[in-house]
Design a binder for this molecule. Structure first.
Ligand code: GUN
Ligand code: ZN
Length: 454
């Protein structure tokens, strides 16, 4: 059976049952008269869900009496948030998270490439795809921007598994035609052909929430001809995403400079090949060259800030306030398996600590610490805006998809003790972000339905 003959997955993405979720509602939105995105909360709130969408949001005292006898899932004492968005990670690297001792380029050749080589086997790809998506959901991540391996079977497996769970997912097959082991190399033509077939089969497939990302791994592993093939795919399919790595590590940057001497910066390699636009997602950007942030802002591309990965591989400290000031869209990514946690709570905590370290650098000036509202914005609505998905996800607003998570502020003995001292919702959320992880995610609703493992 070839790919196009595989059975069409059933459509579990929508639920027509009208039901309600009750708890403390928290999201980050632009409040009228406010100064940028701000935290909003309704202490005893209700979300009405039907057909997988949020149909009403409000105060329980006002809304509940209007609802008749629809089922109400009672999460009082818990926080209901929009599902997290992970703007960058690698599903084939799930099994090699936490690999010792290397920085980017040696980490790729020592650990990453051998692990990704196993994805030539469709059964292995299917097994890891399931484990990976279940791990995302356990952590409250309901949308992710995901790299596969260079094998077509890897992309097929992740799309199949996401469709079966009704998940919103942006994913793509890695394009890589040089500077990797032979068994991991494609060609400009084969990567173009695979990309086109995958776009036709999966991109915005009816009954799913799936999107395709054209995914050249990074400039060092793609020839100019392959970057041109990637650009052709994007021109021929305007709604698809572009997903790559950029300016993560100083040795990588020097190498790309040697490989593409005609381009004025690493970012301009992508720009010169027609790859920067809205819906382009570039992971890292730890070391931008002069003018790069302005170019990102002009093109509307998004940077995925991946703090646990940048710390783990010793790549450097991303300047989030600087990127924001330049008007660049920034999302937050775990970058598993260089990133050390699937938890977006932990990722926000590390983003905060990266900010603290930057504040102590000579000449840092008077930079404010990362507020919990800013951190949550990067993990929800801010990312959604960068990805052009904010009409669908990112906040608890009427008309959006009901991707909702339930956080338990007292999930562990230490959290419970700490919450005794938290006086505001900001304090509660900040402590959750610093101390919390998958243990704090009590439930995950995917398109209105409660996800259960297994
Ligand atoms: N740059 C190119 N490939 C990778 C990868 O797999 N992980 C990270 N962190 N950076 C990369
Ligand atoms: Zn990555």
């Amino acid at each position: 059976m070839n790919a196009s003959e595989q059975p069409v997955v059933s459509d579990p993405t929508t639920s027509t049952d009208r039901h309600a979720l009750r708890g403390t509602l928290v999201d980050v939105v632009d409040l009228p008269g406010g100064d940028g995105p701000s935290l909003r909360h309704v202490e005893d709130g209700v979300l009405v869900v039907e057909g997988g969408e949020i149909r009403a949001v409000g105060d329980a005292a006002t809304l509940l009496p209007t609802l008749g006898d629809i089922p109400v899932h009672d999460h009082r004492g818990r926080l209901l948030l929009p599902g997290f968005i992970d703007a960058h990670l690698h599903y084939p690297q799930t099994e090699m998270i936490g690999a010792f001792g290397e920085q980017l380029l040696s980490w790729l050749s020592r650990y990453t490439f051998p692990t990704e080589a196993r994805f030539v086997d469709p059964e292995h790809a299917a097994a890891i795809a399931k484990r990976f998506l279940d791990e995302l959901l356990r952590n409250g991540t309901t949308t992710a921007v995901v790299l596969g391996s260079v094998h077509r079977s890897s992309a097929e497996a992740i799309f199949e598994a996401a469709a079966a769970r009704g998940l919103r997912l942006v994913a793509g097959q890695v394009m890589m035609d040089r500077h990797a082991p032979d068994e991991l190399l494609d060609t400009p033509q084969s990567s173009y052909d695979d990309g086109r077939a995958l776009i036709e089969r999966w991109h915005e497939r009816p009954g799913t929430r799936l999107s395709y990302a054209v995914t050249p791994r990074f400039a060092a592993t793609s020839s100019p001809a392959q970057l041109e093939a990637a650009a052709r795919l994007l021109q021929e399919h305007p709604g698809v995403f572009m997903h790559t790595h950029w300016a993560e590590n100083r040795d990588e940057i020097a190498w790309v400079k040697e490989l593409y001497p005609q381009s004025a910066s690493y970012l301009r390699v992508y720009h010169d090949h027609g790859l920067l636009r809205r819906r382009s997602v570039l992971a890292h950007g730890v070391h931008p060259a002069p003018g790069d942030l302005e170019l990102l802002a002009e093109t509307g591309a998004t940077v995925a800030f991946c703090p646990t990965s940048n710390l783990f591989l010793g790549s450097g400290l991303f300047d989030l306030p600087g990127a924001r000031r330049a008007g660049v869209h920034v999302g937050l990514g775990t970058d598993v398996g260089a990133g050390t946690s699937f938890s977006m709570l932990q990722t926000m905590a590390e983003a905060y600590k990266v900010g603290q370290l930057r504040r102590s650098l000579p000449g840092a000036g008077d930079v404010a610490p990362l507020s919990v509202a800013q951190a949550l914005y990067s993990a929800t609505l801010g990312s959604a805006r960068g990805l052009g998905l904010d009409a669908h996800i990112g906040s608890l607003e009427v008309g959006k998809e009901a991707d909702v998570i339930v956080l338990d502020p007292g999930a562990t003995p230490l959290l419970e003790l700490r919450m005794g001292r938290a006086e505001t919702v900001e304090e509660t959320l900040f402590a959750l972000m610093i101390l919390g992880d998958d243990r704090a995610v009590e439930a995950t609703y995917v398109h209105g339905r409660r996800w259960r493992p297994g």
